[in-house]
Design a protein around this ligand. Structure first.
Ligand code: FES
Ligand code: FES
Length: 155
C-alpha cells in the first residue's frame, strides 16, 4: 500500500508499505529517522514514543497504514531549527543520558507532559513517565532533567 503522511512537517508518500509494518519500522527504515528506538516492540518500554496528530503513542503498536493523512512528530522534530530543544539540553546538563537508548522516548514523553503541565509536581512527573523504562536505571537524573527543563522557556 501507499502511505501519505507528514513527518516533522515534511510530506512523505511511500509505496510498498507492508500491511503489518509498524510506524516504528516505517520511521526508522523508510523515512530514515533513527532517533525513535526499537527496544521491546510490545508497548512496554516507551522507547519508540512519538506524536501522531498531537497524541503521544508507542509507534511500535501503531501500523504505518493507520497514519495515512496524519501528522507525526518524532524526537528529531521537537527542535525544528536543528538546535537542541530545552529538554534535550537539560538531559545533557543533568547527566541524564547513560547508554542513551531510552533518551529519545523519555524526551518525547516529557515534552508531552510539560506541554500539558508546564510546572508538574513530583508525583505527576513520575506517573507520566512511568511508561518509559530506562535499562540503565538513571531515573533520578532523568527526573532532574525534566524539572530543570520545566524552569526554562520552551516551545
Ligand atoms: S519499542 Fe515500543 S514500547 Fe518498547
Ligand atoms: S540511559 Fe540507558 S536505557 Fe536509559
Amino acid at each position: 500500500m501507499r502511505v501519505n503522511l507528514t513527518v516533522n512537517g515534511v510530506d512523505h508518500s511511500v509505496d510498498h508499505v507492508w500491511a503489518l509494518e509498524s510506524l516504528l519500522d516505517f520511521l526508522r527504515e523508510r523515512v530514515g529517522l533513527r532517533g525513535t528506538k526499537n527496544a521491546c516492540e510490545q508497548g512496554e518500554c516507551g522507547s519508540c514514543s512519538v506524536y501522531v496528530d498531537g497524541v503521544l503513542v508507542c509507534s511500535c503498536l501503531v501500523a504505518a497504514g493507520q497514519v495515512e493523512g496524519r501528522s507525526v512528530v518524532t524526537v528529531e522534530g521537537l527542535a525544528p531549527d536543528g538546535g537542541m530543544h530545552p529538554l534535550q539540553q537539560a538531559f545533557v546538563e543533568a547527566g541524564a543520558v547513560q547508554c542513551g537508548f531510552c533518551t529519545p522516548g523519555m524526551i518525547v514523553a516529557a515534552h508531552c507532559l510539560l506541554a500539558g503541565d508546564p510546572d508538574p509536581d513530583d508525583l505527576t512527573v513520575r506517573e507520566q513517565l512511568s511508561g518509559n523504562l530506562c535499562r540503565c536505571t538513571g531515573y533520578q537524573k532523568i527526573l532532574d532533567a525534566v524539572y530543570m527543563a520545566a524552569q526554562r522557556p520552551s516551545d
